[in-house]
Design a protein around this ligand. Structure first.
Ligand SMILES: NC(=O)c1ccc[n+]([C@@H]2O[C@H](COP(=O)([O-])OP(=O)(O)OC[C@H]3O[C@@H](n4cnc5c(N)ncnc54)[C@H](OP(=O)(O)O)[C@@H]3O)[C@@H](O)[C@H]2O)c1
Length: 200
């Protein structure tokens, strides 16, 4: 398979990319480094990326940001960071990317545990994740004959636990192999419209 991984050099992305490279052709996209550069918050940039790459069997996005801050400190502009990057960035990847999929192709997005179990400072990040879950379920109703669309929603992963642990008291860090399995299940399985939750 020819697989595009946006964010494939990131903490989660590099482990996912490694697991696919043995048996597939993997193309890594990132904002500052990768086989191809893209800024998912800019739909022209997404369009240019797909034009440059051509047809694919699977698109995986493990990228996208949102501003973390206390609810009373989040400005309207702060919310637009997550809306433009993690929310519309991933929505635009689906809108545009579907046209570049071979038959039986799939798209896998990324959210996180905040959608179901938010912690402080995540009014924006949790909202964006929840929006993507609803988007995936709704789109899959209409596109089941065209391509599969799923989202992997993980808890804080082991490789990022030090950075985030103060925000997630009592949460179990998710072993990297379990997160990777979520992406394998989405790409290699037959599921459609699934929210693949990896919270333990
Ligand atoms: N870490 C966790 O525990 C965890 C748990 C659940 C969900 N998630 C979600 O999973 C995703 C990846 O997390 P991570 O910890 O692997 O993050 P990370 O280490 O910061 O890596 C993010 C990757 O995405 C790329 N990227 C970021 N913004 C981009 C943009 N606008 N356009 C194109 N590429 C962009 C980065 O490229 P550059 O470095 O070149 O900018 C980098 O390769 C995030 O959306 C995060 O919210 C993370």
């Amino acid at each position: 398979m020819k697989i595009l991984i946006i964010g494939g050099h990131g903490t989660i992305g590099k482990k996912v990319a490694f697991s696919f490279t043995k048996e597939n052709e993997v193309i890594i996209a990132g904002r500052t480094k990768g086989d191809v550069l893209v800024d998912i918050s800019d739909s022209d940039s997404i369009q240019n990326m797909f034009k440059a790459i051509g047809k694919l069997d699977a698109i995986i996005c493990i990228a996208g940001e949102a501003k973390w801050a206390d609810f009373n400190e989040l400005s309207e502009e702060d919310y637009y960071i997550g809306i433009k990057s993690k929310l519309m960035g991933q929505i635009n990847l689906v809108r545009i990317g579907q046209k570049y999929l071979n038959s039986d192709g799939s798209i896998t997005l990324s959210t996180g545990i905040l959608a179901d179990d938010p912690v402080i400072k995540t009014a924006s990040a949790a909202m964006v994740n929840g929006g993507i879950h609803s988007f995936v379920k709704a789109v899959a109703l209409e596109t089941q004959n065209d391509f599969r669309l799923n989202v992997v929603s993980s808890g804080v992963v082991e490789d990022a636990y030090e950075k985030y642990k103060e925000y997630f008291p009592g949460h179990n860090p998710i072993p990297m192999n379990k997160v990777v399995n979520g992406y394998l299940r989405s790409v290699l399985g037959k599921g459609n419209g699934e929210i693949i939750r990896i919270y333990q």
